[in-house]
Design a protein around this ligand. Structure first.
Ligand SMILES: [Zn+2]
Length: 329
């Protein structure tokens, strides 16, 4: 798989331009933005990592967490995700154009991996189930007896219902206040980087799982090669959409605070070197000559990508955690 298989350059760059346009309308007034301590370990010892498109990212000195700071309020994000051109473009243009490739290259292998990790469970919920594509792929593996989704968008929830899934049309934070059902397992794919309040999100996931329930979460991590090397040039760092880039240490802090125990961490990503190469060419970036020698050599770059994945240094991280205690919301 290559970067442009899942995010074709022209289309993705168009998407990023729309994000920038929306920023000027939705996020112009900064008076309600709030400065945050580290959302993972709560440390106030933070540095400015960089600015991008008028937004600042801070980095926690203690745990390495990279995060948008100051941060817009949750209500503004709700409005943004419901009404922005960005959301419409993603749902109507970008996603339909890449759905087949994403299904084959991302969701299908992910579903097989989830199946191996969970074996067989009674009930499983996909938090942020979108179009239900991942649920469909998961269903093919026979991982669970019953599949559910939590999805706040009416349009997307409807798409998934047509595929036969039970969808709770809300956010996990709202569902967790009075959960109708508690689940044996939850998956959350590529959602965590968007979450406005990571502590509240994880506390809510705790509340919807049964005791000893399993969470499988995938997201982008700050210790990943392409994110670390490219910094503000990384297309994954797209304010104000992608706002949390935790490290493994950050997750350990947050998990401890929210009643989870980490069982497995791995980074099976295969795109870091390809992304660094493409982005460096597009923006004429130069790196240390030793790094350039590796990323522009086909044999070396393949082997280096394997090294990154094996040593948990790829940007795409998987975390498997078990709920070990109840916490109060
Ligand atoms: Zn921290």
């Amino acid at each position: 798989m290559k970067e442009f298989d899942i995010r074709p350059q022209e289309l993705f760059d168009r998407f990023l331009r729309i994000v920038e346009e929306d920023n000027k309308t939705f996020f112009r007034d900064r008076s309600r933005f709030r400065e945050l301590a580290c959302p993972a370990c709560r440390s106030k010892k933070i540095d400015t990592a960089f600015q991008k498109n008028g937004f600042r990212y801070s980095q926690c000195i203690k745990c390495g967490c990279l995060y948008l700071n100051p941060r817009p309020p949750a209500a503004l994000y709700r409005r943004y995700y419901q009404n922005s051109k960005t959301s419409r473009f993603w749902a109507e243009k970008f996603y339909p154009a890449v759905e087949d490739k994403r299904r084959r290259n991302l969701y299908r292998p992910k579903a097989r991996r989830v199946q191996k990790l969970l074996a067989r469970v009674g009930s499983l919920v996909d938090i942020g189930s979108g179009y239900g594509t991942f649920l469909e792929e998961l269903q093919r593996t026979g991982t669970a007896k019953k599949y559910y989704g939590i999805e706040p968008s009416t349009h997307l929830a409807e798409c998934s219902r047509k595929k036969g899934f039970d969808i709770f049309e809300t956010t996990v934070e709202t569902y967790a206040r009075h959960p109708k059902i508690k689940f044996d397992a939850a998956v959350s794919l590529e959602l965590f980087e968007h979450v406005v309040n990571p502590f509240k999100f994880m506390s809510s996931v705790n509340a919807i799982l049964k005791k000893n329930g399993t969470l499988i979460l995938t997201t982008l991590q700050a210790d990943g090669f392409d994110i670390k090397l490219l910094g503000p040039y990384s297309k994954s760092i797209s304010p104000p959409i992608h706002i949390n880039f935790f490290t493994e240490r950050s997750f350990q802090h947050l998990w401890r605070r929210t009643g989870f125990e980490i069982q497995k961490v791995f980074t099976p990503g295969v795109l870091d070197v390809d992304i660094v190469r493409n982005t460096s060419l597009q923006y004429h970036l130069s790196h240390d000559p030793f790094i350039e020698q590796i990323i522009f050599d086909e044999t070396l770059s393949k082997s280096f990508q394997r090294f990154l994945s094996n040593h948990r240094l790829s940007s795409h991280i998987w975390i498997v955690a078990k709920k070990i205690r109840e916490i109060s919301l």
